[in-house]
Design a binder for this molecule. Structure first.
Ligand code: FES
Length: 210
């Protein structure tokens, strides 16, 4: 049966809490593991009680029996089981490593990082906005989303650093130079979509479905 596991480390609870509400509203099967150093550093603890046993708190300095037993939690890997994690880098690395150790397929592991350093270096390339038929150049230091905006083409952005997926745009032709942390390796290899806030192009021309 499809099941979603949410892992939050520290402040990473914020996006995971929104996901918990969405999963609950959809009647999905899910569980949340929220980890922190000390109990007083955990936020939303009252709010989380509404989810009962689906939301579990794990405090590093707490009793042994409430610590996160990650290998137990990740013991069952299956195509319809997905995990989402958000937290500090060390926490994320721990979740990713544990998922690997328990044979989770990378496509089932989704990470939301706090922020990525935006690297806009690279060769200039041409973007074709297919719908208005507009063509423009993206120079080093510029982003596709900036250029779309400058050309009067609406594109939704949020994090502007490749971590949220809001700006994912369908690629009609060309090969993106993916610089986001939101798509899985398989999704990136398919070149079906590009995060226009941070990614560039490996081909001289990129045609987008905007
Ligand atoms: S705006 Fe968040 S990934 Fe592009």
């Amino acid at each position: 049966m499809a099941h979603t596991l949410l892992f939050a480390g520290g402040i990473g609870i914020t996006p995971m809490l929104s996901m918990a509400y969405a999963l609950e509203a959809a009647g999905a099967s899910w569980e949340l593991h929220y980890c922190g150093r000390t109990a007083d550093r955990l936020a939303f603890t009252d709010e989380l009680t509404r989810f009962g046993a689906r939301a579990q708190l794990h405090v590093d300095t707490g009793d042994k029996d409430q610590l996160l037993d990650i290998n137990h939690v990740l013991a069952t890997a299956a195509a319809d089981r997905h995990l989402y994690a958000c937290g500090p880098n060390g926490f994320m690395d721990f979740i990713v490593k544990s998922a690997e150790n328990n044979n989770w397929h990378p496509a089932c592991v989704h990470l939301e990082r706090f922020g990525a350093e935006l690297n806009t270096d690279g060769a200039p390339f041409t973007v074709v906005a297919q719908k208005p038929g507009k063509t423009f150049e993206v120079q080093p230091g510029e982003t596709i989303s900036q250029k779309l905006e400058e050309n009067g083409i609406a594109v939704q952005v949020s994090c502007q650093s490749g971590v949220c997926g809001t700006c994912l745009t369908r690629v009609v032709d060309g090969m993106p130079d993916h610089r986001d942390l939101v798509q899985t390796d398989i999704e990136k290899a398919s070149n079906a979509q590009i995060t226009v806030c941070c990614s560039r192009s490996k081909t001289k021309k990129l045609v987008l479905d905007v």
